[in-house]
Design a protein around this ligand. Structure first.
Ligand code: ADP
Ligand code: MG
Length: 379
């Protein structure tokens, strides 16, 4: 359904690219971009862009939306993937796309290669993949927000992941080397290792256990908590050394619930080692006793551009989604076809935190794109 189609990169002509780009630019201010606006941004006659819009929809890069007020188009995951890949290719950080190696609830991971045939990992964030359409209450605000914000939320998650990975890597933590970030995608070092989850026996469980607990403690001494420190997000290399991945849920030790997140990370490892390796240790770090903050990487991350505001927007989305999926088990996966559903425009409850999209952030995305539009039009 949502496979990355790298072949499209080769087969798209410049007019199609120009129209696709126009749909992305239009999405900054319109959930559904009116057809005449697409033509206007792309600088094509209405009739000319009409045909191209049809082609792009057939390729699943955009989807047509018909609602009460007007007809228009919306970028699909496929279209957003395409635009991100195109930028990676232009920057030289990705040259070819290989196999998919991971599917998470909210991400897809592919092996890619750069121009020098170095293999890398591409993580595509897919927040909002869960659909709430089946839930009875039509007035529920999540239903509306999901479709309005999947691009923005996925982009925030990628931006956060890249910012944390960079600061951790630069400070000597065992994480993949971050290579590049565009839109909802992160390119990073491909780690030749298996998740701890898949490992049935280790030479010295006690050593690995204390390495992992020390990692949790060292992170906290630097002002950070991973927040999802479990057997899926720890890769074990052949030499037995762990590598930590998956950072969109990291929190600062100054977070009001820091101790709770810290204890959950510790508990995850403790429980896993008991079950998998029949190993139970007395080494059990305590947030209050063991953590004296020595560095403030949380502040470095904020300074790098992933600001507190972005952090809060993403966090409130993640919290609500988490709560929501615990309460309802009838969530569905979105596929290409269901993205073009009609919109509910009824106003909704007011007791939620506003997640207004940041126009500056989205404008930054289309800078490279507007340059393309210019170069296309002077060809
Ligand atoms: P999710 O948020 O979906 O859990 P992860 O970042 O944890 O995404 O990645 C999912 C899976 O993909 C991991 O469990 C791991 O098997 C694989 N993976 C992710 N990043 C890398 C990497 N840099 N190198 C090798 N494998 C990776
Ligand atoms: Mg993970």
């Amino acid at each position: 359904t949502m496979k990355l189609d790298a072949k499209l990169l080769r087969y798209m002509n410049s007019e199609e690219f120009r129209v696709l780009t126009a749909v992305e630019m239009g999405s900054k201010n319109h959930e559904v971009v009116p057809t005449p606006l697409v033509a206007q941004i792309a600088g094509l006659r209405n009739g000319g862009s009409h045909k191209i819009l049809g082609e792009l929809a057939k390729k699943n890069l955009i989807s047509r939306v018909t609602n009460a007020k007007y007809d228009g188009y919306r970028l699909t995951y496929g279209g957003y993937d395409y635009l991100a890949l195109k930028t990676f290719v232009k920057r030289g950080s990705v040259y070819s796309v290989g196999n998919q190696i991971g599917v998470g609830k909210e991400s897809d991971i592919y092996v890619v290669a750069d121009e020098n045939e170095n293999q890398l990992a591409l993580k595509i964030h897919r927040l909002g993949r869960i659909s709430f359409r089946t839930i009875k209450s039509k007035r529920d605000y999540l239903q509306k927000r999901k479709s309005a914000s999947w691009m923005y939320m996925s982009r925030l998650a990628a931006m956060k992941e890249y910012a944390f990975m960079k600061v951790l890597y630069e400070n000597g933590f065992p994480v993949p080397e971050p290579i590049d970030n565009v839109r909802h995608c992160v390119v990073m070092e491909l780690i030749d290792a298996y998740p701890l989850r898949q490992i049935t026996g280790v030479q010295d469980p006690g050593q690995l256990y204390s390495d992992l607990m020390n990692l949790i403690v060292r992170l906290a001494q630097h002002g950070l908590i991973h927040g999802d420190f479990n057997e899926f997000n720890i890769l074990i290399k052949e030499n037995g050394n762990p590598v930590l991945i998956d950072f969109p849920q990291m929190v600062s030790t100054s977070h009001p619930d820091a101790e709770w997140y810290f204890n959950r990370d510790v508990e995850c490892i403790h429980t896993f080692f008991k079950k998998r390796f029949n190993y139970e240790s007395t080494l059990y770090p305590k947030f209050k006793l063991d953590i004296s903050r020595e560095f403030s990487l949380d502040i470095q991350v904020a300074a790098s551009g992933f600001t507190k505001k972005y952090q809060q927007e993403l966090e409130s989305y993640q919290l609500e989604l988490g709560e929501y999926s615990r309460n309802y088990d009838n969530v569905q996966e979105l596929d290409g076809s269901s993205q073009g559903e009609t919109d509910e425009s009824t106003e909704t409850g007011s007791n939620h935190i506003s997640l207004l999209e940041d126009k500056d952030l989205l404008n930054a995305d289309s800078e490279d794109v507007s340059a393309d539009i210019k170069s296309v039009s002077t060809e």
